[in-house]
Design a protein. Sequence first.
Length: 502
Amino acid sequence: MRDSLTDAWTGSALVLHTSSEYSASCPKSSAISISRDWVLTHGTVLEPVIRTSDAISRFVEGIVPGQLTSVPEELAGQFEFLVLRQQNGDVKQHRGKLVFAWICPLLRQTFHMFFNTWSFHQRELLQSRKPQRQLFLLIRVDSDQPLADVPTAKRALRYLQLQVSSRAFSRGATVEIVSSPFGNVWLIDSVARGVVSNVVGGIIMTDAYVFPKSEGGPVYVVSPDSGSRTLIGMVIVTMVWCRDEWVHYTFAANLAPCLSAILPNYRSLSPAKLPILHDKANASDRGVVMVTCGSSKGTGILVDKDAGIFVTCSHVIEEASKKEIAIIVFKEGQYSRVPTKLLFNNPKALPYDVAVLKVDPSELDPSLEPVQLSDAPIAQGEPVIAVGFAFFLSTRPTVSSGVVAKSLDCMLITTCCIQGGFSGGPIISRTTGKMLGMIACNVQSCDNSVHFQRMSLSVPAAVLSKPLRQYLLTDNTDALQPLVSNDLIVRKTWALEYHSKL
């Protein structure tokens, strides 16, 4: 029996389901090539098969979470794949057979706790949970053996575990996804880049944009110094909807904890007791909080810690006349609501969409640090990140990367991927770490039916800094009045209307 685990076949792959009964539709997916003999992919490749085969549907439904389950001999012929891998510029073809499958209990728990109301595929909009979202498939390549024993399979997974980064990676870290979009062989090993946007339980969220059939592809974190890549995840969702909004983020399984849940030395962790962990606070978090007011939620920026002064968007606190405004702080190991005082609000349909809040400084998390506002000219094309509490997740803020698309005196436009909850969050220069602007909104179509998440409008730091400085010096809220502009050019700019001189 050949079982080489120390070879040069690690990387990505494309798998095509070739069992004769389903050859017409030929389900496809990207995959991780563990070694010459083993490939790991995601359960979405079986979706068409599960819908048409009661036997396979029963097999998947019968998998116990956290238990490596072998394919029954009578079903082995229905789980055959063509495995394509690129090596030295040539695409190599191999025969593969699915030998083991398992449902990851950590992913199951994460989806249930944080994403239970989300939709992950267009045809899922009216359907309940799908086990394929948490399903891993282990494929044996070019083997005459119809089956494999559990120790052999776990040895392959341990080898994969050695390839996975054991070091913590932070939000904002550069990631690279290698996949085969649309399952097309001509697109094999295509690359997409972005950043780690958030880590929620067993899921890595990234703003790297990939296409259908990229599920199963490897996700790498890229070293900023050497450019070397280290495996951290596997793509599991490419199309996501939240509250009827198309979410331009990719979901990947966080392989380190997901593999720990299935390998023997972690057997003591039962599925019910697997820890839901989130990454620690980093520099991009230290000046932002979640702001709540009635049914609205957004992001607030700490601009002065001694005085407890935050800025956010006026539309985030539009229910302020009826509802309490509060910020959510993480203090002494738990999240708590801290009431705020509204110092300034722009309720008019005029620029700028800014509100200023005051909080008792003693109520703040000691780790919070004020964001530094940049006073330097903003260069077009400057790399930036956006930080905000997207999707209203009660976790750490989400991060998205982009560039300055356009810099005007009264408006900053970036290509960061902005979703609901980012309003009031900072745009931060990746070069200096200073805040260039405060996120206000996305660009919308003329009839407001389409939001363009990859083009966002922000209030420049230069607009905010002088009124805030004056208020902090005088303690007089009249100093904040310049945050409202009735200037025709400014109004037309924020409405994206051209001001004709004819």
